[in-house]
Design a binder for this molecule. Sequence first.
Ligand code: GTP
Ligand code: MG
Length: 389
Amino acid sequence: MKPVRFIVVGGFLGAGKTSLLCRLAKRYVELGEKVGFVTNDQADNLVDTKLVELRGFQAKEIPGGCFCCRFDELIAAAKEFVDQTRLEILLGEPVGSCADLAATVIQPLRRKCKDLFELAPFSVAVDPLRLEDMLLKEGRGKLRTVLSYLTEIFILKRKKPRFPASIAYLFTKQLEEADVILLNKVDLLSDTDRRSMLGFLKERFASAEVVLVSARTGEGLDRWLGVLKQDLSAGKQALDIDYDRYAEAEAELGWLNATFKVSQREGFRARVLLQELALDLRERFLLHKAEIAHLKMFLGSEGRGAMVSLVRNEAQPEISQEGGDVIDEATLTINGRVHLSPDLLRQAVTKSVETVASRLGISYSVEELSSFRPAYPNPKYRYNTTKEE
Ligand SMILES: Nc1nc2c(ncn2[C@@H]2O[C@H](COP(=O)(O)OP(=O)(O)OP(=O)(O)O)[C@@H](O)[C@H]2O)c(=O)[nH]1
Ligand SMILES: [Mg+2]
């Protein structure tokens, strides 16, 4: 059987991995290819899985740890998925707080599953505003969209929360191991900002190919497709990484996955519930001076769904929707990754759902709720060289 093309897109939380992969999947489907997703998280109840399924793609979820720590489960699930569905292309999205994937996922896949998978160059997505906060904030001109600038001035007013240095370390390591860096969300940038970001990335991460893309508009997609076809030896950047610092960075983030049942006999507007929850939670996080890495919520009911996403405190909640807006009963899934302790994160989410549901006259019940810090990364395999065994 012909090997399945396996395309992995990494990158920090909220960089746009799922959005880019959905764009790519749509294009492959137009080209007549059969495509499936493997999604991944530290816990189950994933917004990403629900979103890609709602968009009409098949997905297999690997919960309970990142691809590197659950490598055998990844292989078993991917094999079964491919056998059942006769896929030609498999799209993999690792957890956004993971690094060292070239050595612990791409290289092991190349060596152990040669007949099954053909590995595409490892792409790492980056959000330009996050890049600016993490790596460019000192000594460079501010890169700000007018909207985020105004939000910062008029809404936040308070001191801007920041991630600690260990998270900037993790963020940098994610970029250092990329075969391809996808500077995403370029629709938000001026020509000058695009040029300066491109110049910075090319200089700082010289061995990666840098592609400017927008999952929103589709810009750069063809160029990325062209790069993915190349047989660059995938995962070729052997990373020098201090696992203690990496673990410290991951553990800075509180992680929450929860599902609630929500209902209202006369029906409520999905958009309104999601928007109000996002704004209420943002206020609560600001009181703790806790920076949001990615807060995403999905409201799904019988083939319909709406999602809200907030990728930093000063951003506006972004809502996307498929199907009608008025819902009488639905499942609300919340995935929060915030620079806050798991206990405070749980309290904030519980209180927020209670407050907003009561304000909108919506009944709710908690189905599942887990909050924790990611455990010390413990990859099953690690090959920090591209030399084949
Ligand atoms: N303006 C703009 N927004 C984008 C683009 N790509 C993604 N986004 C938005 O960025 C947010 C996060 O996108 P996701 O695709 O969920 O990001 P992710 O990297 O998969 O996030 P995690 O899975 O949580 O790590 C969503 O609100 C998207 O709509 C883009 O090209 N332009
Ligand atoms: Mg995602």
